[in-house]
Ligand binder design. Structure first.
Ligand code: AMP
Ligand code: ZN
Length: 463
């Protein structure tokens, strides 16, 4: 059975015997491409799925698409002012509607998941299509006296009405000083500094992504979206809720306060958070101008499988300092493994047992990869058994070892043929010259026992 670290109880807990296990994952805000840091957090539900499968349990993953409401980058400045709203700003910049922006980046996000060999969540509800249930929940929270409408028309959750506020992050209300930007709101009319907006009143300056409600025109707060979409999918019980570590507070505290107050139950059994990704020593974020996309990595000749491998080599609860060097090394490993998968393959039952045990121990993917590396060494002289081990581990860890097909243009084909002729004539000087010409196309050639192998050249950008 899977043991997992629960942020709230600060200990390893056993995942219930449920089948399927219900997982809610906080999803992307779709006003821009997700970066590798985001993707590290978004890999977590897939790793949970793999770990559960090791123990014979299925998972149902629901991941929201935030296409309205959470309009901020890393600054925390939630914007009622449309000029400050990231989605509307991006829409103006790209000269398309805000919803067109949302759909464009949602599609990119799903393509990134597919490239990383992540199973697409069973449901990906969109905030903009869940407004009705948000309105119902907000009305109910007002009725139950957990929420109130302030003078400007916005509706706030009353933090003090939820005594166990802060249980996930340790940020209790007494510790939070007035002036702390809980939700980054600009001037508001809330009663207590710890309260946050469920619904934000807006005015005619905002022309897109607003809804008419009993409390006037406005748009939802970010936290209520996740309450509506998680309860909408699972009712009042969710086994595991995931997100990046920075979502512990305020997002998950606020979501927990809302969902528990509404249902009268502890909705989420375990809160699981992925640590941050640094890149070349600095946190990856837009605000620090340190963003690398999956497509940037792939353009450097490094596969998405290599990215997944580096993520796996580092436990999800540890900060990971990704570098171009580590990505190149991972790509070389992926190529080495994929080169060995020739001929019929059999399952390596011993390695499967070992890797499953690591996955069931708080998703210890780092130990699982080391187990494969050890086995590879141990089987140095047995290529067939080694191939079995590699294929078995790759299957369990979701590493796709099938190289992307390369489109060989007529020009490239001509160079390859000329090089083969030069080699046949033992004209090494010419063959080396043609190799360099092929490199200019972004490819490298290797001569193997089964013929010429063409691969993408690995060309990481250098600072
Ligand atoms: P957002 O789309 O901005 O709402 O955030 C997407 C997810 O990415 C959240 O779960 C964040 O916690 C996570 N995230 C943001 N930056 C990083 C980073 N550098 N490393 C890991 N996760 C991150
Ligand atoms: Zn969320």
């Amino acid at each position: 059975m899977l043991q997992i670290y629960d942020t709230k109880s600060r200990q390893l807990v056993a995942v219930p015997a449920a089948d399927p296990v219900k997982i809610y994952a906080c999803g992307p805000t779709v006003y821009r491409s997700v970066h590798l840091g985001n993707l590290r957090s978004f890999l977590l539900p897939d790793l949970l799925r793999a770990a559960l499968a090791s123990g014979g349990q299925a998972a149902v993953v629901v991941q929201n698409i935030t296409d309205v409401g959470h309009m901020v980058d890393d600054t925390g400045l939630e914007a009622v002012d449309p000029d400050q709203d990231k989605m509307l700003r991006q829409a103006a910049q790209e000269k398309i509607s805000a919803l067109a922006i949302a759909r464009k980046y949602e599609a990119q996000y799903l393509a990134d998941l597919t490239a990383l060999n992540v199973t697409i969540p069973e449901q990906t509800p969109r905030a903009s299509e869940t407004i009705d249930s948000m309105l119902e929940i907000i009305s109910r929270l007002i009725e139950l006296d957990f929420a109130y409408q302030a003078e400007d028309g916005s509706v706030f959750f009353s933090a003090k009405k939820f005594p166990s506020y802060g249980a996930i992050s340790g940020n209790t209300l007494d510790q939070l000083k007035p002036g702390h930007k809980f939700d980054g709101e600009a001037e508001t009319t809330k009663r207590f500094h710890g309260d946050w907006a469920l619904w934000k009143a807006t005015d005619e300056r905002r022309t897109q992504l607003t809804w008419e409600t009993p409390w006037g025109t406005g748009f939802p707060g970010w936290h209520i979206e996740c309450t509506a979409m998680s309860l909408g999918a699972f009712g009042d019980q969710i086994d595991i809720h995931t997100g990046g570590i920075d979502l512990r507070f305020p997002h998950h505290e606020n979501e927990r306060a809302q969902s528990n107050s509404l249902t009268g139950a502890e909705v989420v059994s375990s809160w699981v958070h992925a640590e941050h990704l640094l890149f070349e020593g600095r946190k990856m974020s837009k605000s620090t101008n340190n963003v690398v996309l999956l497509t940037d990595v792939m353009a450097a000749g490094i596969s998405a499988a290599a990215v997944r491998l580096v993520f796996l080599e580092n436990h999800y609860r540890q900060q990971l300092n990704l570098t171009w060097d580590s990505l190149v090394a991972a790509e070389q490993t992926i190529r080495r493994w994929s080169d060995q998968l020739t001929g019929p393959l059999n399952f390596d039952a011993e390695l499967k047992t070992e890797i499953s045990a690591h996955l069931l121990n708080n998703i210890d993917t780092a130990a699982a990869v080391l187990a494969l590396r050890a086995k590879e060494k141990q089987l140095a002289k047995s290529p067939e058994l080694r191939a079995n081990a590699i294929a078995t581990a790759a299957g369990l860890l979701g590493l796709s070892l099938v190289s992307e097909p390369i489109e060989v243009t007529a020009e490239l084909k001509k160079l390859i043929d000329e090089r083969s002729s030069a080699r046949a004539e033992k004209n090494w000087q010419l063959s080396d010259k043609i190799r360099d010409q092929i490199a200019e196309f972004g490819f490298e050639v290797n001569d193997t026992s089964s013929g010429v192998q063409l691969r993408r050249a690995i060309v990481p950008p250098r600072a």
